[in-house]
Each structure stands twice: as C-alpha cells, then as structure tokens.
Design a protein around this ligand. Structure first.
Ligand SMILES: CC(C)(COP(=O)(O)OP(=O)(O)OC[C@H]1O[C@@H](n2cnc3c(N)ncnc32)[C@H](O)[C@@H]1OP(=O)(O)O)[C@@H](O)C(=O)NCCC(=O)NCCS
Length: 154
C-alpha cells in the first residue's frame, strides 16, 4: 500500500532555518528535543558554519514538497554519532515519518562507516523510545536529567 506520508530529504536551507525557529520554540518539541534556550543571533551563527563542519550531518524532511521536520547525526567521530530528529508538524506525529527518517539515518551512518549510532532520549518520551527500540537500539546507560542513552551497533 502506498504511504501517504512518503518522506524525502533535503538540504537545510534558509526556509528550514525559519521553520526550525518556530518548531524548536514550541514548548513540547523544545522539551522532547532537550533544546537549550537560543536566540536569533546564536541560531544564525550556528547556521553559517554548518557547511564547514564534518562532525555534523543535517537534513530536512519533506512530505509532498512541504517541510515537516529536521534530522541528522551530530558529534560524529571515526566510529560513532548521535542520531537526532524531530517532526516539527505535530499533526503528523505517529504517521511513520520518524520510522522512515531513522531508517535513513542508520543507512547513512553505515555508508560513512560508523560502527554505531546512539541517541539521548528523555525517559518520558515514549514515542521516541519506541521508535528507537523498533530499530533494535538497546539501553546503554542512564544519564542525569532523566535521559537514557540507547545504541545500535553495526
Ligand atoms: C519522536 C518522533 C520523531 C517519532 O516520529 P513519528 O513519526 O511520530 O513516529 P512513527 O509514526 O514513525 O512511529 C514510530 C514508533 O513510535 C511508536 N509510537 C507511535 N505513536 C505512538 C504513541 N502515540 N505513543 C507511543 N508510541 C508511539 C510506535 O512504536 C511506532 O512504531 P509502529 O507504528 O511501527 O508501532 C516524533 O514523534 C517527534 O518528532 N516527536 C517530538 C520530538 C522528539 O521527541 N524527538 C526525538 C528526540 S529523542
């Protein structure tokens, strides 16, 4: 059956920068993504140096040509990276977008020869915990501030 929410991935551009400002200032998304306070200037500075970074991979998620979220891998080393994602359009939560995205990030991590991917997830983020569990990420440790670390080795 065709997926109504078929995801494609794009580059993180000015439009995505503006959208992500709104999304990451949404109280619920800000909470679940554990995002620190930021302002327009710090966001712009972060954006300007993105292209030059080799420890940071970032992509936009689009459904029917509309931006719906952002994802990537950060803290990339020779062996590992931290997968992260958020579907900014909350009406689209639970519609398989996260599943398609994580599959893509795992495939990219393998492509660049990482040995594992990990994620830091708030204990009460059931949806995210279920998503990572679905791809066989396993519990690694509990960190401060009610965060758990899960990992998938390749
Ligand atoms: C977490 C998030 C990325 C998941 O993406 P999504 O598109 O909503 O998730 P999916 O529809 O692909 O569902 C993935 C799995 O989550 C679980 N899930 C879905 N809806 C759920 C719900 N209402 N309650 C609990 N678990 C749920 C299921 O196990 C599902 O897999 P299944 O449908 O095969 O059973 C998304 O909800 C989101 O952006 N949340 C806010 C930001 C965030 O938490 N980011 C992650 C930070 S670590």
């Amino acid at each position: 059956m065709a997926n109504d929410y078929q995801l494609i991935f794009g580059n993180f551009d000015e439009e995505a920068l503006a959208k992500s400002w709104d999304w990451l200032n949404d109280i619920e998304i800000k909470y679940f993504t554990n995002t620190s306070d930021f302002d327009r200037v710090s966001q712009r500075e972060w954006f300007e140096v993105l292209a030059a970074r080799d420890d940071y991979y970032i992509k936009t998620m689009l459904v029917h040509n509309t931006l719906v979220g952002v994802c990537g891998i950060k803290n990339i080393t020779d062996t590992e990276g931290e997968a992260w994602l958020y579907v900014g359009e909350k009406l689209l939560w639970g519609k398989s977008i996260g599943t398609q995205c994580l599959k893509y990030l795992i495939s990219y991590a393998r492509q660049i020869d990482l040995k594992s991917l990990y994620a830091l997830i708030l204990k009460d983020n059931t949806r995210s915990l279920n998503l990572f569990k679905k791809f066989d990420f396993i519990f690694e440790s509990e960190l401060e501030n009610d965060i758990v670390k899960v990992r998938l080795g390749f």
